[in-house]
Design a protein around this ligand. Structure first.
Ligand SMILES: [Zn+2]
Length: 100
């Protein structure tokens, strides 16, 4: 008697999602390596805030964010002083491309 093992390959599904998304209309949210301690209310980032998007394992400026905190409730705002400059520039560049 032989049993054919059913082993769905889930790892292959995420591999195709590596490229930088070309659709800047998708919402970029705030990501940060640290969480603000003793923050009251919604959790808040601590330090420099970068821009992240679902399906991409790096920030807009190209840093791996796989172990970082994700703040889905905080859309990335490049005008804030704590926002990462390269991330803000990258998003501005993407939105300009759409306007063309
Ligand atoms: Zn950044």
């Amino acid at each position: 008697m032989t049993l054919s093992p059913v082993m769905p390959d889930v790892s292959a599904q995420r591999q195709s999602d590596r490229k930088v998304p070309a659709a800047p209309t998708r919402t970029w949210f705030s990501v940060a390596p640290h969480l603000q301690p003793r923050h009251v209310g919604d959790r808040a980032p601590w330090g420099v805030v970068h821009a992240g998007i679902s399906g991409l394992g790096t920030t807009a400026c190209g840093i791996s964010r796989t172990t970082w905190f994700v703040f889905w409730h905080l859309p990335f705002d490049g005008r804030k002083p704590e926002s990462c400059r390269p991330c803000a520039l990258r998003l501005a560049e993407l939105s300009r491309r759409v306007a063309d």
